[in-house]
Ligand binder design. Structure first.
Ligand code: ZN
Length: 243
């Protein structure tokens, strides 16, 4: 089965629609969103509504999804993220709130992979996998060979042996499921690897082939909407720069 997997849409409708259009051209059977549907961007409700147009999908919870509903989840947010999530929470529709409330922390495919927003070992603590120790703990808790994640907005594959391989547009990689790996799919709505293009992957779970893609979208329009909606101006600048 060919699966579309993406993360960190962050209320960026222009980026999300471009990803869905690009993915439609190749075709896929199932879509999986790894969380952070809202926060930072100007269109949280519209992004959540866009899921209604997908025929088969699953979605899990990210820290911004949790923080939109629960002020206690905002305690470690920086000033811009905090201002954005307060703004988002104020503007969420009843339907969006319900969508976010029902998101589980982990997706289990019953096949070769699982999905989690941050880390397989402590999915509700929103830790980043930044060093070998955190990666070791994460691998220990994985009950599938592959864990798809988002959260850092930096696309890469972390192998159990310790190698970290950045992902680039057009990469097609055969995944060896005899060994564990963590695949960070990057971010749709706020890439942070100095490339503003929206990121996503396809995973063929029969052939075990990962395809990584970047898509141009109208980031000027998305940035203008951020400015006009009263969100922190730095959030507009960073999507144009990919930071
Ligand atoms: Zn995020």
């Amino acid at each position: 089965m060919k699966i579309l997997i993406f993360s960190d849409v962050h209320g960026n409708l222009e980026a999300f629609e471009s990803v869905l259009e690009d993915a439609d051209r190749s075709g896929y059977e199932f879509a999986l969103s790894l969380g952070d549907h809202v926060g930072y961007g100007a269109n949280p409700n519209e992004c959540i509504q866009a899921f209604a147009g997908l025929s088969k999908y699953a979605a899990i919870r990210g820290n911004h999804d949790a923080a939109a509903l629960d002020p206690d989840e905002r305690l470690h947010f920086n000033a811009d993220a905090y201002a954005a999530i307060v703004h988002t929470a104020r503007n969420l529709s009843e339907e969006s709130r319900e969508f976010l409330e029902n998101l589980p922390l982990i997706y289990d495919s019953n096949r070769a992979f699982m999905g989690v927003h941050s880390s397989p070992n402590e999915p509700a603590s929103w830790g980043y996998i930044l060093d070998a120790l955190e990666a070791t703990n994460a691998f220990r808790c994985m009950y599938r060979p592959i864990a798809f994640t988002g959260h850092s907005h930096i696309p890469c594959i972390i192998a159990e042996e310790g190698d970290v391989r950045p992902l680039h547009h057009g990469d097609e990689i055969k995944i060896d499921v005899e060994h564990k790996c963590i695949i960070n799919v990057g971010s749709v709505g706020q890439p942070r690897d100095r490339d503003p293009k929206a990121a996503y992957v396809f995973f063929d779970d029969t052939e075990k082939i990962l395809t990584f893609r970047r898509v141009e979208y109208d980031w000027n329009r998305a940035a203008l909407k951020i400015l006009n909606s009263g969100l922190p101006p730095s959030l507009a600048k960073r999507i144009i720069l990919g930071l």
